[in-house]
Design a binder for this molecule. Structure first.
Ligand SMILES: Nc1nc2c(ncn2[C@@H]2O[C@H](COP(=O)(O)OP(=O)(O)OP(=O)(O)O)[C@@H](O)[C@H]2O)c(=O)[nH]1
Ligand SMILES: [Mg+2]
Length: 369
């Protein structure tokens, strides 16, 4: 049995964590013995949601009250990462005590948006503390912003990703709102859809790593995959109809519509782990092996795992580490423009003294009544 810690920071992290709890409960809130309740998961999964905004924490539906940690600071830090860092430093011991109280773990995931204030400034610091205090691997799950969300979010994303990378993290799993935005109608529907996609993938991974497999991949293999490449990864997933050949399901999980982040895996992937789950009658070992060989031909090393689940159609999860990420380069060039834009605006305000010119007009005057 694996002991797994999942932390969700800031609004985006909280919501994805809540979706994880929703799926783990089988969609019903409020059960105390989650994860064990339906024998759905073998693992001991501990979830902790952290936020400065109490409203974000209250909004969660499936996460136990004792798993929600409020760090009081007004209503969030308003996308200001400098304030976020200060608040974390002041409350660091409180946060770390809460984590310490949950026992020891085999693996941890820390989920956040890259672009807000709270989650993106807490995450690199929490990871750094975890890595200094414990010796289990820690992976960040980082959500990139819509590109049109504004200059502050873009610059936050650029700096927070660098800090997360430098925190001692064992790997960063990327998910991109911009890439996934066509999912739903309204923003909220798009968020919910994206959050469910991320939650489903993380739970599949956790479940597979802790299941008896016909063909084995384990935590050791996952660590090896995540060590490959430039410390960046993404996850593909596909749930097939029962009559779909397993090789098509594998191809779909690896195709652009299966991935959380825009990448051409045949150009950019460095290592992979592909796990296939379902009823034995859908899992032709020859077809699976052929498909995986094609992938390893392009990518390098690919671990494969097979989990037999009676009555379930084929489902495929692919963890892919990347040695380069063209999409990130373009995000950074937009972020540089955003920083420049903010800088120029600030200078204009400081040097232009438009307001001072107005004030000078009433210099020496008093109101007359
Ligand atoms: N996928 C997804 N993205 C979200 C969600 N909520 C917010 N975001 C994205 O997250 C970014 C904003 O970060 P938040 O997580 O809201 O910020 P925060 O960490 O709470 O920080 P402050 O509110 O500034 O204190 C934007 O890029 C949003 O598009 C969500 O539920 N799902
Ligand atoms: Mg917030």
């Amino acid at each position: 049995m694996l002991n797994i810690l999942v932390i969700g920071n800031g609004q985006c992290g909280n919501r994805i964590l809540d979706s994880i709890n929703k799926h783990a409960f089988g969609g019903k809130g409020g059960k105390l013995v989650k994860f064990y309740s339906k024998q759905k998961f073998n693992s001991n999964v501990q979830t902790i949601a952290i936020n400065t905004a109490v409203n974000d924490l209250k909004e969660m539906k499936y996460t136990r009250a004792k798993d929600r940690i409020h760090i009081p600071h007004l209503h969030g830090v308003g996308a200001n990462r400098t304030i976020g860092k200060q608040v974390f430093e002041e409350k660091k011991e409180m946060v770390m005590r809460e984590i310490e109280g949950r026992g020891n773990f085999d693996i941890a995931f820390v989920i956040t948006s890259a672009s807000g204030g709270t989650g993106s400034s807490f995450t690199p610091r929490i990871i750094k503390e975890l890595k200094e205090r414990y010796d289990y691997p820690v992976y960040a799950v980082v959500v990139l912003p819509f590109r049109e969300e504004g200059t502050l979010y873009l610059q936050n994303a650029a700096f927070s990703l660098r800090e997360i990378r430098e925190s001692g993290v064992d790997g960063i799993i990327l998910s991109d709102n911009q890439y996934l935005k066509n999912i739903g109608g309204s923003i909220q529907e798009a968020y919910d859809g994206i959050n469910d996609m991320i939650a489903e993938r993380i739970l599949f991974l956790v479940d597979a790593l802790d299941s008896e497999m016909m063909m084995v991949t384990d935590l050791g293999d996952f660590k090896t995959v995540m060590k490959g490449g430039a410390g960046l990864a993404t996850i593909g997933f596909y749930r097939a109809e029962k009559d779909m050949p397993v090789k098509t399901a594998i191809q779909n999980a690896l195709s652009p519509s299966g991935l959380l982040f825009s990448t051409d895996i045949y150009q950019e992937a460095s290592r992979a782990m592909v796990i296939i789950k379902g009823d034995q009658k859908y899992l032709s070992i020859d077809d699976i092996s052929n498909e995986i060989e094609k992938l390893s031909g392009a990518v390098g090393h690919v671990f494969k795992g097979i989990v037999v689940r009676k009555g379930e159609g084929p489902q495929v999860l692919a963890v892919l580490t990347l040695e380069s990420a063209r999409e990130l380069e373009s995000l950074y060039s937009i972020a540089v423009q955003a920083i420049q834009h903010e800088k120029e605006k600030k200078l204009r305000v400081q040097s232009g003294m438009e307001l001072d010119k107005s004030f000078s007009q009433i210099e020496g005057l008093e109101p007359e009544y």
